[in-house]
Design a protein around this ligand. Sequence first.
Ligand code: MN
Ligand code: ZN
Length: 501
Amino acid sequence: MLQLNVKKGDITQETAEMIVVNHFEDSPELAGAIAKLDQMVEGDIQRLIELGDFTGAFNETILLRPKGLPFNRVLVVGMGKKADLTAERIRQVAANVASKATGWGMRTYSSILHGCSQLDEFCPVTAQAFAEGTVLGAYRFTAYKTNNDPKSSRLETVTVVELDEGVIEAIEDGIQRGQTLAEGVCYARDLGNHPANLITPSYLADQAKTIAKTHKLKCTILDHKEMEKRGMNCILAVSSGSAEPPKLIILEYQSGNPDAPTVAVVGKGITFDSGGLGIKTLAGMIEMKFDMCGAAATLALAQVMGTLRPSHVNLVFAVAAAENMIGEKSYRPSDILTAYNGKTIEIRSTDAEGRLVLADALAYVAERYRPAAMFDLATLTGGCVVALGRVAAGMFSRDAGLIQKLAVAADKTHEKVWELPMFEEYEQDLKSTYADIKNGGVREGSPIFAAWFLKQFTGDVPWAHLDIAGTAVSKKNKGYFREGATGFGVRLLAQLIEDWK
Ligand code: MN
Ligand code: ZN
């Protein structure tokens, strides 16, 4: 695990493999550490700027290899214009540096805290962003690489060197918080990136047990039998074609204050989605190990909140885990199911399985825990990817307060959400000839149709749904993302919970 240290000192006196300093595009001249450094490298940095080889544009970098100094390399990173500085830019710059260092096979480096002296009051926030960017930028998924490429060796230590004693404590707080969050994100990424032949519903249940043990949470796992007894026929139907038994996984965090409001998060945990009898094409199926990314984020969130241990909220984390496969007991298009809350559902698509497992899970959590608010994270619809691409998650709610809270948390974390309307007119599409509602067969406005479907199972609990089908997976290495699972939703909901009033 990557270690982040904070120490008081002068970066130009640091004994290190590499030191990292920065330069703003609109700085009239070199100042502070970089000015001192420039003298030590006989004006090299100034010369590069004069030649136009380095401008300080956002995320631009130059690497110097000076001789006879305590450090072997100097990486100068561009921060862009001062007025454009944000926590997200600091996150991006830190990730860029960590990713480069990881690519170079470096085990350690020292860095100044970008943006801290520019925005003093921002110190804990910038430190948090720095830690998040560094840990996420260094993330690599190499669990199945058998060759011992030295370049895949991990970055071990990053040291933040700060001159000003007065801000060290604030930096340490921010670094610690950022590291906790980013490690949660990496955990969610790992769960997403591991293949479906490892990540089964039982595997997720075991993960939950481990998290519960480590962080003193209460863990309840409902197995096939217990779900049968309770009438959770939707989860059972979805998993009926699979040899892997389904699990409803619940983790509870108690703040110690029984009067504190309860916030619940429910994750879709389809560990593999073949589409069922309405089987997907190969092209559509290849990414379906990621159909449990909502569950991964939910478990990671339990780990993060179990570490941060807030005193103002009690928390419930639920994962509806099942595998959607084909077998002699598979559920069929036209089957009619009775959900946990008694509603009957006509199956129009066996590939609209996520909303089915969530139906039972949402209804159960709403009834059993009476939360003040309930959120779900689900890789729910291809339609949401068509609508919003991979930049923002679809956000759906009839509760303006929850929409507002999510928007604020999204702004702070840069995990973007965009509201799609839940106008009542859309609810009409749910009508079924044979049952109360149907689960599929609606193409137009499909993400909204899915959200209205879920709403039938939330009772009177304030609820918001996040469709993360687009944001859960990155198609390329970019910024603090690597190709594969992104861990979307962990930082967003952790922020929302921390800000909960
Ligand atoms: Mn599906
Ligand atoms: Zn699915």
